[in-house]
Design a protein around this ligand. Structure first.
Ligand SMILES: [Zn+2]
Length: 182
């Protein structure tokens, strides 16, 4: 609006400014559009809610890893003995940094250690290199079941076709071969 005042004299500029303001407000009312303040407020409360959910999830993960799990240790002895301290330190680290766990991704952490885009990709089962929801690992046409608690963690599949070695977070884990996806 400063542009007008430099071209047009004071009173005329004020009239034009007033008209533009009225028209803008009329358009916003007519179209029932949210104002910039509305959008900012919504964005702030969304960010807040997402941050709280991420913190709650991490707190729950930490709680789950510190409670004794007889089934877990029966299925998976190496992970049960080695994983808990690592899990706890990772939990604290991600709480501080809140960055996506996918290498090279600098987006903020949202859920399961992923940013929202990578979390969506992971939820749809399209993120390779991570244990999918419900502890499923996809290896070409083959699928493996590992402990559900490992879902969202980085994994690798190596070894010969009929003797696959599956590592989650660098630790070799027990895995059951599933029927190929239909
Ligand atoms: Zn990401």
């Amino acid at each position: 609006m400063a542009l007008f005042s430099s071209v047009i004299s004071g009173p005329a500029a004020r009239v034009i400014e007033g008209m533009i303001r009225d028209i803008t407000q009329q358009v916003i009312r007519d179209h029932n559009l949210p104002t910039r303040q509305d959008v900012e407020a919504i964005r702030r409360s969304l960010d807040d809610a997402e941050r709280r959910i991420a913190e709650l999830e991490l707190a729950l993960e930490e709680q789950a890893s510190s409670t004794p799990a007889p089934i877990d240790s029966a299925i998976n002895p190496p992970a049960a003995t080695e994983a808990p301290p690592a899990k706890r330190s990772r939990g604290r680290k991600s709480l501080r940094h809140l960055a996506c766990q996918v290498e090279g991704c600098t987006e903020p952490h949202r859920s399961k250690g992923f940013c929202s885009a990578h979390y969506q990709q992971w939820r749809r089962g399209n993120l390779r290199g991570y244990v999918l929801d419900e502890g499923i690992i996809v290896d070409g046409p083959r699928r493996f079941q590992v402990n559900r608690r490992l879902s969202g963690k980085p994994c690798t599949v190596s070894g010969r076709v009929n003797a696959r070695v599956i590592r989650v977070d660098g630790v070799t884990v027990e895995a059951t071969a599933l029927e190929p996806a239909a």
